[in-house]
Design a protein around this ligand. Sequence first.
Ligand SMILES: *Cc1c(COP(=O)(O)O)cnc(C)c1O
Length: 453
Amino acid sequence: MSWQRRLEEDDKRYVWHPFTQMKDYQEMEPVIIERGEGSYLIDIYGRRYLDGVSSLWVTIHGHRQKEIDRAIIEQVNKISHSTLLGLSNPPAIELAKRLVEITPQGLERVFYSDDGSTANEVALKMAFQYWQHKGYKRKTTFVSFKNAYHGDTLGAVSVGGIEVFHQSYRPLLFSVFHAEAPYCYRCPKGQTWPDCELECLRELEKILEEHHQEVAALIIEPLVQAAAGMITQPPGFLQRVRDICTRYGVLMIADEVAVGFGRTGRMFACEHEGVRPDIMVLAKGITGGYLPLAATLVTDQIYGVFLGEYHEFKTFFHGHTYTGNPLACAAALASLEVFEKKKTLEKLIPKIDLLTWRLEEFKDLPIVGEVRQKGFMVGVELVADKKTKEPFLPQDKIGIRVILEARKRGVIIRPLGDVIVIMPPLGISETELEELLEAIYQSIKTVTGEIGR
Ligand SMILES: *Cc1c(COP(=O)(O)O)cnc(C)c1O
């Protein structure tokens, strides 16, 4: 048996893959990635694939980015891990300083954790405890949005709003207020933007009008509800949410796990509307897609409330074993340096335009209902009937069929239900981007033909 066959068998025998129906997986040809190079993934047979979703939205500059490789190796030669519980390390300190410099004004303190879910847990616990320490004992709940995704740990799931992912865990969760969120293609109010004047926000206002004394914080994915299917918010929505939070004395948590680090065309999504959240949550792209690391940033005001005498127990009793891991922090610092050195955001502008222009053609395909884009985040929603917007049946597995077609054309993408996600590394070249879009376009077209449209 070849070593490749052995790996394929062992993969199916021993590994339980996340967010994957393993019964289907057992019947599929696995793709086992052994190496990477820029925008490409290379499997154990040496086949090359364009990484169309940045290895689940994390790869920023590309794979094997030499500056980041080098930073990690240099750090390995010093130390790979020491704890941040009571001790410190240079990369964690330097990165905290850099993050405070580049994030919106007012965010002054950095609390590290390992991934988006844990960083959101930190945000929720901090917000809750902030009010407890201040004597507002009734402020014990949260407002989140319908269709929201903030991670898979139980606190993060409690503020989640995606039925298929979250509903079955309801009995385990704490209850929160789920406010209406904009999904303009399928507006729950049957309205059209901008005539609607953001009517969806009235529900949020109503919740806070009645319950602000019970609400510690609101949590939002700024500009794009990513996991829900790249649902983009109309301009002005985020700013209005900020104003409402301020008006009702509710902390605003911006979960920039997906949209942060250049994805929307700006370093952080909040910048588009000049919004300053009270708490900002970062993960995914923070290390350029190299290592698990996350950060929760807060204002000095929040931080200050946790200060007190040892015996007052105002300490933030939370921490993960690998908090502030020096290898991950060194990778993150190197990634930020590459942003500057390579002018990543400047060079992204023409690529975003190219993407917008090329996506126009997708809109004519008979099963494409809507194409949503914000910077380098794209969702192509496929529908059974373009006029009525009727979705496909889950049994149709339409998204999966498209991505398997794309795979044949040397492209790796992963759908969110019936939404085809396109999220290439920011460092992708224009030629590669065109290749990627052509392959995806052809894949949708082929599947359209197969189902007789
Ligand atoms: C992916 C994601 C998370 C969860 O991050 P993990 O690193 O997978 O735990 C949280 N919030 C948003 C907006 C995300 O896209």
